[in-house]
Every structure is written in C-alpha cells, then in structure tokens.
Design a protein around this ligand. Structure first.
Ligand code: MG
Length: 382
C-alpha cells in the first residue's frame, strides 16, 4: 500500500493534540485527508478548522453551542451534536482511522464504536485505555482493527516492538521528564502554585496533563496504559526520569539489549507515525542534534515524595474498576487544584483516599466502569 491516503476523523480537534494533528495533516496533505472534526464547545475554532481542512462532517458535543452556530456551518458539512454525534463521527462511512484526542472519558464510547465499525484507532486520550483498556484491546482484536498509540512514550514503545516476538520482551521502560518539581524538597511541594505547576520544562500541553506531569500521575496513567496496549504485567513496566524528553521510551529484550526511540519533543512525531503507520514519511520537523544536546540524563523517580507511581502500580495490579477510580479521582483533584481549592500534595492524598475506599469490581462491564468513574467523581474532598 504505497502512498496511500488515510481518511482521518479527529475527535478533540480544537485541543492541543487536535491542533498538532491538523499541523501534521497540513504538512502531509498528500497522505492525510481530514474527513471529520469533533470538539466540545469551541465553536469558532471548529468552524475555522472546517474551512481550513474541507472536512465534510463535524460535531460539537455541547448541544446548545451546536444549535447556536448552525447558520454558520459551511454548506455541505454534516453537523452533529451531543454524545451521539461523536459516535456518528467515529463511525463515518469513509473514515479509515479515528484519532481520539478528547480529554477524559468522553472518548470511550466513540472509540469502541469506531472499533466495532472496523476503523483503526489512534489513541491520544490515555484515560480511555486506563479505564477500559482490556475492553478496547479485546474489541480491536475481535474486529481486526488496530490500536495505534499517540502518547509519545507508547508510540516509542510501539515502534521499538515492531517485528519483535512478545516472548522476547523483558520489560518496558517509560521515560518521564520528572516535571517542574523534580528537584523540590518534599516540604516545598506543599506551597506549589498553580502557575508553577503549569510551567512544564519540556512539553507544551493542556493544563490537566501539565499538572499530571508535575504530580507524576501522568506517568502513572501511562504505566496502566502500557499494561493494556502491549499486554504486559505491571511488574514489567518501569519508569525512569529523563529530564530532556528526547528518549521517548525504551524496550528491554531478554538478551539484555535495549531499543529506544528518540526525537525532539514535538507531539507531531507520534501523531504522524500513528496516522501514517505502517509507512514512514518525510516531513518538515527538525531532527535531533546530538552535538547540540551534549548529554542525556537519567535518574530514579522519587516515588516516596511523589506517590503517584506507587498508586498507579497498585491500581494496575488490582485491575477491575480501580484504574478508572484512580483516574476519575485524579481528574477531580486536579480541577480543584487548578481552582486554588486543593494543595498540590492534596491531589495525591485525595486520590489515595478514594482508592482506599473503593470496593473493586473484577472484570467490570462498561456500565460498571462508568458507574465507578461517577462514584469517584462525587467522592468528597476533605
Ligand atoms: Mg506521554
């Protein structure tokens, strides 16, 4: 399939990943055709993206906003709305691949619908893999669809694993930037401000994921994400701090050899690989300049002072509804922190207390996962 054009639907097109995906599509216009765009309520941005891409289908999940702009939608564009609208987009007849870039769990139903309709899935929303990774991977293997990771670490591991037998893999090594507070004393973490937490040293991302990078919950979620994407036990998923974020992750094989994937820190790299897979295509992105970098550093994560990795390992080991509960409790805690209503260490404390008080359901159905998620969201913050 040389020079094939992929017809792509982007759910979450106005967010950070969505905007980068449109940059990739624009750069590779002969390879990538955008056929559908979905957003939550950023109507103006969505309308300008429709004009820019020529996509013929769109959705705003906020129904009121969708109604309010109906007169401004370019002619020939099918405009959907609400949760069902996202499913309509995800199952669009002409789509080959659906990029799920919606923050949180709103992408879960559209993702499963896309797989059922035989579409490939590019997953940027780690929450849906944390919450329902087993269901997603089982659905994909039943329908013959492919799940392509967009998260830079998992995209790196995916690249390192290509063509390798599963029984030759000894462990996955996720790299973590360590966030802006890598060198902070435990006591100084008490007084971390929202502004400081939003100032990520290497990646430019949305506010929720930037705070998650500072607490290391982002890496915790990624450990669980890796467990499902690559069908590997939590005990064989390790984390190493790598402040430069040039090595995006590594795979160690049974002979002790390690393969790594490197590139400059730009989400366009993993997005492009997911959207053009299995092909490699030239682009206009800058290469790594090793001489300029000089060195790459690695250090052990401070799991005592940043408990998120231990909480995530416990959640991933327990499985069932616990990862969904951890994820939801963290979303609520981060929102409270961003509003100035919870301290930075309060995020870990809240998540731990919700996890401790949850009765885990094993092998949950999707409805049970959603119930557990809802339960965790209304758990009181003390
Ligand atoms: Mg990542």
């Amino acid at each position: 399939m040389a020079n094939s054009t992929k017809k792509v639907v982007i759910l979450g097109s106005t967010g950070s990943i969505g905007v980068s995906a449109l940059k990739v599509a624009n750069d590779l216009f002969e390879r990538i055709e955008i056929v559908g765009l979905g957003a939550y309520q950023s109507a103006d941005k969505l309308l300008s993206q429709l004009n820019q891409t020529g996509a013929r289908a769109a959705c705003l999940s906020d129904q009121d906003v969708a109604e309010s702009i109906s007169a401004d939608v370019p002619s020939g564009v099918d405009m959907f709305s609400g949760e069902e609208g996202l499913v309509e987009l995800a199952t669009l007849e002409e789509a080959d691949i659906v990029l799920i870039a919606i923050v949180g769990v709103a992408g879960l139903k559209p993702a499963l619908a896309a797989l059922e309709a035989g579409k490939d899935l590019a997953v940027a929303s780690k929450e849906i893999l944390v919450m329902a990774g087993q269901e997603i991977m089982e659905t994909a293997s039943r329908t013959g669809s492919k799940v392509l990771p967009v998260d830079s670490e998992h995209n790196a591991i995916f690249q390192c694993l290509e063509g390798k037998e599963p029984d030759t893999v000894s462990r996955l090594i996720l790299t973590a930037s360590g966030g802006p507070f890598r060198k902070y004393e435990r006591k100084d973490l008490e007084n971390v401000s929202v502004e400081k937490a939003l100032n990520h040293p290497t990646w430019d991302m949305g506010p929720k994921i930037t705070v998650d990078s500072a607490t290391l919950f982002n890496k915790g979620l990624e450990m669980i994400e890796a467990r499902w994407l690559f069908d590997i036990e939590m005990d064989r998923v390790d984390v190493i701090v790598h402040p430069q974020s040039i090595v995006h992750s590594m795979v160690e094989f049974i002979d002790g050899s390690i393969l790594a994937q490197l590139s400059v820190t730009d989400m366009c790299f993993p997005i492009q690989y997911a959207l053009t897979w299995p092909e490699r295509v030239p682009n206009s992105l800058p290469p790594v300049d090793f001489a300029d970098l000089g060195k790459l550093d690695f250090e052990k994560p401070r799991t005592e002072d940043f408990p998120a990795l231990n909480l995530a390992r416990a959640a991933g080991n327990a499985g069932g509804t616990l990862p969904a509960v951890m994820n939801a409790a963290n979303e609520i805690a981060v929102a409270q922190f961003l509003k100035g209503q919870l301290s930075f260490p309060g995020i870990w404390e809240h998540v731990e207390s919700v996890m401790t008080n949850h009765k885990v359901i094993e092998n949950p159905a999707i409805d049970e996962l959603i119930e557990a998620d809802q339960w965790a969201r209304i758990y009181p913050i003390v």
